[in-house]
Design a protein around this ligand. Sequence first.
Ligand code: TRP
Length: 446
Amino acid sequence: MSTARGEFSSRFGFLMATSGSAIGLGNIWGFPTNAASNGGAAFLFTYILMAFSLAYPALMAELIIGRHTRANAVGALRQLATGPVSRKIGTGVGLAGLITVSLILSFYAIIGGWMMAWMFEAITSMIGLDTASRWLAVDAVPRNALFAVVFLALTIYIVSAGVRNGIEKWATRLMPSLLVILILLIIYVFTLNGAMAGVRAYLVPDFSRVANTGLIVSALGQAFFSLSLGVGTMLIYGSYLSSNENLPQTGGIVVMLDTGFSFLAGLLIIPAIYVALATGVQIYDDAGALVAGPGLIVSLLPTLFDSMGLAGAVVGLVFFALMTIAALTSSISMLEVPVAYTVESLGTERRKTTILIGSAVTFISLTIVFNFGVLFDLVVTLTTEYSQPLLGFFLAIFVGWIWNRNSVLQEVQKGYAGVEHSLFWKIWPFYIRYICPLAILAMYVQ
Ligand code: TRP
């Protein structure tokens, strides 16, 4: 295999791709609904704490391994192994990550597909195609199957073009537009009646809930999912980063961008819920709980947009375009994991490999669509609540206990000569050795 590995062309390109991976449905959908049902600012506060104290160290572990080994997760962990046992564990963790992330992609694409369906719904209702618009608005198997396939086709298209011409190019185009769209939507929603009550509900903390263990566990889970950790996504992006870059700083920026986006998404979604309340839409279900999860984004918000006439259709279009873009820059980072492994270990051609693996994921995704009631929640729970944290645990063990500490230091020094005397190096090695594995185990027990 003689082809050179891909590399991001600049720090900006890396930041866009990596934050593109991190910022996704987890931020714009998962975070606000979690915050709305967990005491607003109490959740925000705990989430930020978890992101910087536990997710950031884990992110650094993946970025450092990736950049040092310049390999996909399986190859990387095999390189770090010090004997036959750790080699086997490394291979197992790498492969399990690859399978997990492919399964995450297969359900993520279904949600991404819903977002695209609603985007087209807004367009068709704007131009008066009522039959099409009604078809697009109904949650049905043919619609969901069609749009999961379209979403995955776009993902395959971008990934097949490679690191620089696919992933980096599209992330640098899409991520800045994402920020602009989000801010415009926030400004618009703030002008609507009822929004300020939502801002208050979001930002005035109910600190009695901060110590709640359920809340801490969901905040940590949210932070891990949102930073795409545990499955080799960040590892592979790190492997495409130039050695001149300061890793602790670059990783810190990614965490800030990711939590910043979640914060902003909360400023959009939670006030929007209260605007809906002010216009008479029911935002609490029969049991008195806030409509959260799927119900929030794909029934509450469309109802709100519908009640606003033409302006609503425009806002709906922009909103679901935002969701689609966010989902797409994340899905490409997921597909890159199995593609990079296959290309590097079997020496296959990138475009063909991407199409083949993408088709396999599409097949799984369609299987879930056709057996939604049985499979969807199951796959989500298995991958995000069991597999992802467990793999994060093993990655922390690899860096903290198996990989030689000096060699870790040498890698970080490459873009940051003085790191040995920095705060980062005083804290992080201890964290990744003891605190991260223990915290993840504690979360697991919960
Ligand atoms: N972080 C993304 C989001 O918040 C999703 C994502 C991308 C992801 N790659 C991942 C989640 C790998 C888990 C593992 O939407």
